[in-house]
Write a protein that binds this ligand. Structure first.
Ligand code: ATP
Ligand code: MG
Ligand code: MG
Ligand code: MG
Length: 476
């Protein structure tokens, strides 16, 4: 089964259960200041769950374009390191707006997985929210999953494990307890079952989350009951495709095999040679071309603030990985054609934007290739002494003069087991901001032309970026 057949089977299955097929919304959420990018299928229905918006249907199903590269759900640092995380992925979902609840949701999921997708039941594990006896009983008594493959998991307040069976879209918004379905990819792959100390591996992979939406969390932390109990589910298309194509990781599915080959060819055409086809850098590039292309398609351009800066960070990270493999001139934009060949049918907006996406990426690459070599030399020099930490001043200089977002510097350092002094970096950043402000005041007092002061965007997850200032000239 190809990914496109799996997407169709999912949507048709839920259509046969009375769900309306709804198109994916853009990766940029409409009218939601709490979100930088769409991070789940439920985003476009947020107001329906909250009771502010009414639709003609009470059951919906979607395949949603998602980006998880900032905010509450941030997988940027996982890409290239796990077999299951992307910055851009497709989330298949079924939704009940005050219609069915736990019983039907669980039974639909089980029917699709075991009858239509024919997954072996002994490879499936489930988790339930620790106190959710109702969900536990449905799995155990109605569906028949044996107790040894049902794991109760709390809300991870102690932070001991990565699992968390209370799903929240962000710090505020609809939320509720959830039940997750895992697939055991088998012995020989590192990782333990859900809830165990070594669960953060690629053996037991979470494929589907069913959230029982019951609350709206407001900024003060109070949980308000939703008008009606509802259901929101999400299954990663790439993860279920891996299972159905009998491979163990997302990067081995048909779509990624094609993107990885295109990435390798593009790097080779730009100076790379002798590239290991299993190189994590190729995976990063194949992943990032999707995130970059879909965000540009939906209207973002690389910049120094907000969404534009997230896009720039992702693009430059990919470019740096290509540089590591030997590329010495723009290569990244060359992969867009293969992406369109793979995904243009499912997402016609991508095909329509192909020329624009290619051009925007090419310009970003041309810019970054002007400084990357010098920047890398400085960074290599700082790493050469065997330091355990890169000091904040160096990280700042790389950012300010060579256009290295600090997470890119951290990404290089991580490969060598070295950390970045984030506090020192931010101190240097603040100092520059102060200088800019002072220079602005001085010029105003002297009656000179005043062209603006630094504006700061405190990026998600403590990443900070700056627009150009009157005193320091940012390379862009
Ligand atoms: P994980 O624990 O593996 O990081 P999650 O619990 O954060 O996943 P959910 O928020 O429950 O993920 O999202 C629903 C589904 O979307 C997951 O069960 C998974 O199949 C898929 N998914 C989540 N994050 C990613 C990602 N970064 N790349 C690909 N698929 C993902
Ligand atoms: Mg996650
Ligand atoms: Mg999870
Ligand atoms: Mg989950």
């Amino acid at each position: 089964m190809k990914a496109s057949d799996i997407r169709n089977t999912f949507l048709k299955f839920f259509e046969s259960k009375g769900h309306t097929i709804v198109s994916s919304s853009p990766v940029i959420p409409g009218d939601d200041p709490t979100l930088l990018f769409t991070n789940a299928g439920m985003n476009q229905f947020k107001d329906v769950f909250l009771g502010f918006d009414k639709r003609a249907y009470t059951r919906a199903t979607t395949s949603q374009k998602c980006i998880r590269a900032g905010g509450k759900h941030n997988d940027l640092d996982n890409v290239g390191y796990t077999a299951r995380h992307h910055t851009f992925f497709e989330m298949l979902g079924n939704f009940s707006f005050g219609d069915y609840f736990k019983h039907d949701a669980i039974q639909y999921a089980w029917e699709l997985l075991t009858v239509h997708f024919k997954l072996p039941v002994d490879k499936l594990w489930v988790t339930v929210y620790a106190e959710d006896d109702e969900a536990y009983e449905i799995w155990n008594k109605v569906v028949g999953v044996p107790a040894e493959r049902i794991v109760r998991i709390g809300d991870n307040k102690g932070g001991r494990y990565m699992s968390d069976n209370f799903w929240m879209m962000g710090d505020t918004g609809p939320c509720g307890p959830c039940t997750e379905i895992f697939f055991d990819h088998g012995e020989g792959i590192p990782g333990g079952p859900p809830g165990s100390p070594d669960e953060d591996g690629d053996r037991y992979i979470e494929i589907w989350n069913n959230v029982f939406m019951q609350f709206n969390r407001t900024e003060d932390g109070v949980m308000h009951r939703l008008p009606k109990p509802s259901v929101d589910t999400g299954m990663g298309l790439e993860r279920i495709t891996a299972v159905l194509q009998h491979v163990h990781g997302n990067y081995e599915i048909d779509l990624f095999v094609a993107l990885l080959a295109a990435a390798k060819a593009a790097v080779e055409a730009s100076g790379g040679a002798g590239i290991d086809p299993d190189s994590p850098s190729l995976k990063v590039i194949a992943d990032h071309i999707r995130a970059c292309s879909f965000t540009i398609t939906d209207g973002v351009i690389p910049g120094n603030e907000g969404r534009g800066y997230v896009l720039r960070r992702i693009a430059r990270r990919a470019i740096r990985h290509g540089y590591k493999l030997g590329a010495r001139k723009p290569f990244f934009h060359l992969i867009v054609a293969e992406l369109v060949a793979q995904m243009g049918e499912a997402y016609p907006e991508l095909r329509a934007a192909q020329a624009r996406v290619t051009e925007v990426l090419k310009q970003e690459e041309e810019r970054f290739f002007l400084t990357i070599q010098h920047g890398m030399e400085i960074l290599e020099g700082a790493l050469a002494g065997g330091a355990q930490t890169i000091d904040g001043e160096t990280a700042f200089k790389l950012h300010d003069t060579y256009g290295f977002p600090v997470d890119l510097t951290a990404d290089v350092c991580r490969e060598r087991g070295v950390s970045v002094d984030q506090a020192g970096f931010e101190a240097a950043m603040n100092r520059q901001r102060e200088q800019a402000r002072a220079a602005g005041k001085f010029k105003m007092a002297a009656g000179l032309d005043y062209t603006g002061v630094a504006t700061a965007f405190h990026g998600y997850e403590h990443l900070v970026c700056e627009t150009s200032t009157v005193v320091a000239v940012y390379v862009d």
